[in-house]
Design a protein around this ligand. Structure first.
Ligand code: ZN
Length: 233
């Protein structure tokens, strides 16, 4: 008994508590909104726009054959950067994360839900096509795809494929393939993910292969060097 008491007071107790919360995040999120088979968890009551956004994210990801209408998907909207970092400490500078290798839960940075905008790591709303709807749909695609192909197989797939495909689904057509291909050809920095933090280059690759008739299953086996040559022609 004494040993147990000591054990419960030490660093192990902190780890056990952390694991308990990480595996049951709903303990920290009092509110939830259900739309179709998606559940959005939050600590504060959500504005009415949340339903529209969740429905739109569902409709985007439901277009992917990887999505399972009989499965359930959980998104956790963190209302402070600290809470987001608590769940995904290795990814503090990204917008949202799918824990597709473990629970498939999705953690999202603070957002201005009424505006359909994520508040980025620098404290400003992310502009452009990357709306909150986009972030939800992008991460849902990761979770759905990993569950369908198997998480270990998914880990081995190239990042250009998984990110390019998640953006294709997440942006739902808000992508001008020929314009982006032209920017790829001219060496535009935005088409360099290392410089821009964007997946435009990867989406060009995925869309080009799909246009050539490559199936989703065959995507990860594509020869990228040859593809880049074709795209530059
Ligand atoms: Zn992603």
């Amino acid at each position: 008994m004494k040993r147990l008491k000591r054990w419960l007071r030490g660093p192990t107790a902190v780890l056990v508590l952390y694991a308990a919360v990480a595996l049951n995040p709903s303990l920290l999120f009092a509110h939830e909104l259900r739309v179709e088979n998606l559940v959005l968890h939050s600590r504060e009551p959500l504005p009415p726009e949340a339903r529209t956004i969740l429905q739109a994210a569902h409709d985007r990801v439901a277009k992917s054959p990887y999505f399972d209408a009989n499965d359930s998907y959980d998104l956790y909207l963190c209302d402070t950067p600290a809470l987001f970092t608590f769940f995904v400490p290795w990814a503090r500078n990204v917008g949202a994360v799918s824990l597709y290798g473990v629970t498939g839960n999705i953690y999202v940075r603070p957002a201005n839900v009424a505006n359909d905008r994520l508040i980025g790591p620098h404290g400003k709303e992310v502009p452009g096509v990357r709306t909150l709807t986009y972030y939800f749909a992008h991460e849902l695609t990761h979770t759905a795809m990993a569950r369908k192909v198997g998480r270990f197989a998914y880990f081995q797939r190239p990042s250009w494929e998984v990110e390019g495909y998640a953006d294709l689904i997440g942006k739902a057509g808000a992508f001008d393939f020929e314009a982006e291909r032209a920017r790829f050809r001219s060496g535009d920095d935005e088409l360099d993910p290392a410089k821009s933090g964007l997946y435009l280059r990867y989406q060009v690759f995925v869309e080009a292969l799909l246009r050539e008739g490559v199936s989703l299953d065959e995507l990860p086996n594509a020869d990228l060097e040859q593809l880049e040559r074709r795209l530059r022609q």
